[in-house]
Design a protein around this ligand. Sequence first.
Ligand SMILES: *Cc1c(COP(=O)(O)O)cnc(C)c1O
Length: 365
Amino acid sequence: MSRVYNFSAGPSMLPESVLKKAAAEMLDYRGSGQSVMEMSHRSKTFQSIIDGCESLLREVMQIPDDYEVLFLQGGASTQFAMIPLNLAIKSGKADYVLTGQWAKKAAAEARLLLGEENVHIVASSADKTFSYIPKLDPAAFDKEADYFYICMNNTIYGTKFPEIPETGDVPLVADISSMALSQPLPVEKFGILYAGAQKNMGPAGLTVAIIRKDLIREEVRPLTPTMLRFKTHADNGSMYNTPPCYSIYMCGLVLDWIKNEIGGLDQMYALNKEKAGLFYDYLDQSKMFKGTVEKDSRSLMNIPFVTGDKDLDALFVKEAEAAGFINLKGHRTVGGMRASIYNAMPIEGVKKLIAFMKDFEIKNQ
Ligand SMILES: *Cc1c(COP(=O)(O)O)cnc(C)c1O
């Protein structure tokens, strides 16, 4: 068996020890005589899996008691609709910051559901291909807005909000799909945090939403389907219908790995800073490879870079793949390359990629 270093933006690498544990428990989960994939979600065994996952998440992320944790489906993209449907019930208006494609898609969904005139764009970095996080002017915030929306780490463009916007009484909603569990976050500063699991939390099929309880209401926008109401899922322990059982189990294993093998989110963050630091330091002194993002907006998870020459970019991606570094091709809107170095990417993977890049630079100068 040989495993590659997978720099995919998602689905992405999982920690090897998590995969081994899942493999060992595949046919007989802890004496139950069945795989977690085969188990009734109404069984005691599965109830202990979902409860265990939630309590580990609460512990690792230090989630206060007045927040609900929901295990949902439909991907992060379904939250683009659930958020306006559940939150926009007073003024019916919302503020959005446009920092990339995922924020744009979220704002487009809000426009569809709330009407064009009710979705206010506070700031945008579209003018420079989303290569920075725009400075926010609180005077431009709508005090009447039912919520304020950001995409905190922009997977495609490789930017991250350097600080959390202060939105006062307006609940701050953040898509943290590509940075969940990568660093500690002050959960109490947010109304909602949510993430598609397939970047940093587990396999695809699961979306985790952390929601301040007062935002889970009976009253929602007219015609909101049952499945798109937060309350439906909160009232039923995320089991109104069949939940993504296996992905929840895997998410629990990932959390266990963070807690017990890494040592918690502070250690995870230190490791992520070290990995990204090595990569950015190399890019900053390279004569061939250049980062595409302004320094104070750099993501620790997704690092886009270019040579400035399309043919050389293509050659690099091809040779890297042959050497066991896969999925380095950049998003089509940015071009060049992108290395996604989520939690599960070992530091040796980053060091080996840098060594490969140095070598490539010498050979092709
Ligand atoms: C991947 C991603 C999404 C889309 O997630 P799906 O689960 O595929 O809907 C949304 N937002 C961000 C920041 C992402 O990285």
